[in-house]
Design a protein around this ligand. Structure first.
Ligand code: PLP
Length: 438
């Protein structure tokens, strides 16, 4: 079957699933007697990106001919290098042969890929292949880690933050209700703003059991310095906390940057940190789905039990292993210099887009952050509400951004601009932004 026909079939199959579930009519369909998980009710209405999609649809109804450019959702747009897709295709075709067929793989992932990650992503950091658990993406690992922690732990997040840490904590029952300011009772919000170099004053942060920390950061684009991560690790060690370090954007840290790519570059991190990471933004696998979590042997609960043993159990019970086709692709990204160079080139395209965006906003006199070691640019609009800025930019330039307040109260007054689009579209968006903001 031709490739474009396969894509069309998948599109058909996938699109309805992305639609928001139809509202239940009162007096309509018969109800069961099953109680809803009460924590689901606590979740704030509307997830950020569906909300933005609705605004986009409304905009297109108003301006049917508008050429909308999305610098919103952090989804990759460049094709996956053929050295990677050929490896997946070859593996997939092999499944049709008696010699190439394989069923379930190891739940923790294929040995070669675990080893490639340990060797190539964590060189000289002492990470063993058995400490690497292959997954279907960082988002899924964040949810599975919450299963591991259960409802009784306390959590801290950066503010603003990637929403997945908070929402999974809410679903697990680790929080109370949300207040009018958008904060959940029970969560410690660590404000990260330009004024504190995007790093909290830890002497004023309440101790929690788990600390979610993302660097390079979504949404601010800030890559934490070595000194900041040292402080974080020391803080966790002093308090007996576990850091969940999200390094989904580590491949955007320039080789000349002094920011660490992994928490395990910091001495002492093995005893206090789990790292989740992903092939999504590193190799364009947002749709293919592949990621990993590192759980070091030294990480222990208060009773001395190894966290990795429980995580292994969760992976076996709740997951059953990542797609072997995706794993073949992951291996192709890492195992040869050719594969590594090919994915580096794609990351380079987005990094250059980010540079163009930073230059554009800077030339307009805006306060701009991020974009150097991350695919996100964080722009301040003092005294303005994020959603108003989002709406005005959309109305006047047909460019979609993301309101910073969608990432928590600390994002109010900012917008996030994503570098994930083709160079031509980014350049076109910059021209429009220049004429609007000049
Ligand atoms: N972590 C962060 C900080 C992200 O921004 C994203 C996606 O945008 C994810 C995790 C999810 O990654 P994955 O596609 O591997 O589930």
């Amino acid at each position: 079957m031709p490739v474009n026909m396969i894509s069309k079939l998948l599109e058909k199959a996938v699109l309805p699933a992305l639609d928001v579930a139809p509202p239940v009519k009162i007096g309509g369909p018969r109800r069961t007697s099953v109680l809803r998980n009460p924590n689901m009710e606590k979740l704030q209405k509307g997830y950020l990106f569906p909300e933005i999609s609705i605004k986009r649809e409304e905009h297109l109804k108003k301006y049917p001919d508008a050429k909308v450019i999305s610098l919103g959702i952090g989804d990759t747009t460049e094709p996956i290098p053929s050295i990677v897709t050929s490896a997946m295709a070859e593996y997939a075709l092999g499944l049709s042969t008696p010699e190439g067929y394989q069923g379930y793989g190891p739940e923790q992932g294929h040995k070669n890929l675990r080893k490639a990650i340990a060797d190539k992503v964590y060189p000289d950091m002492g990470i063993k292949e058995t400490e690497v658990f292959i997954s279907d993406g960082a988002q899924c690992d964040i949810a599975r880690l919450q299963t591991l922690f259960g409802p009784n732990v306390t959590i801290a997040v950066q503010d603003p933050t990637f929403p997945g840490y908070v929402d999974n904590g809410v679903i697990m029952g680790q929080t109370g209700k949300v207040d009018d300011g958008g904060k959940y009772a029970g969560i410690e919000y660590m404000r990260c703003a330009p004024e504190n170099a995007f790093f909290p004053d830890l002497s004023r942060v309440r101790r929690t059991d788990v600390i979610f920390f993302c660097s390079p950061n979504n949404p601010t684009g800030h890559a934490a310095s070595r000194d900041q991560l040292r402080q974080l690790v020391d803080f966790a060690r002093r308090n007996g906390s576990i850091i969940v370090f999200d390094s989904a954007y580590s491949s955007y840290v320039s080789s000349s940057s002094s920011s660490p790519r992994s928490i395990y570059e910091i001495p002492g991190a093995r005893e206090v940190a789990i790292e989740v990471s992903s092939f999504s933004k590193f190799a364009g696998f947002t749709g293919v789905r592949l990621g990993w979590a590192v759980v070091p042997d030294e990480l222990l609960y208060s009773d001395g039990f190894p966290v990795a043993r429980d995580f292994d159990r969760v992976v076996c019970t709740c997951f059953n292993g990542a797609s072997s086709i995706a794993q073949a692709g992951g291996l192709a990204c890492l195992s040869t210099e050719e594969g590594r160079a090919a994915v580096r080139r794609v990351v380079g395209v987005y990094k250059e887009n980010a540079r163009v965006l930073v230059d554009t906003f800077s030339s307009l006199g805006k306060e701009v952050h991020g974009g150097g070691d991350a695919p996100y640019v964080w722009v301040r609009f003092p005294g303005r509400r994020s959603w108003d800025v989002f709406a005005e930019i959309l109305e006047k330039t047909h460019v979609i951004t993301v309101p910073g307040s969608g990432f928590g109260p600390g994002g109010e007054g900012f917008i996030r601009v994503s570098a994930f689009n083709s160079r031509d579209r980014v350049l076109e968006a910059c021209e429009r932004l220049k004429s609007f903001l000049a």
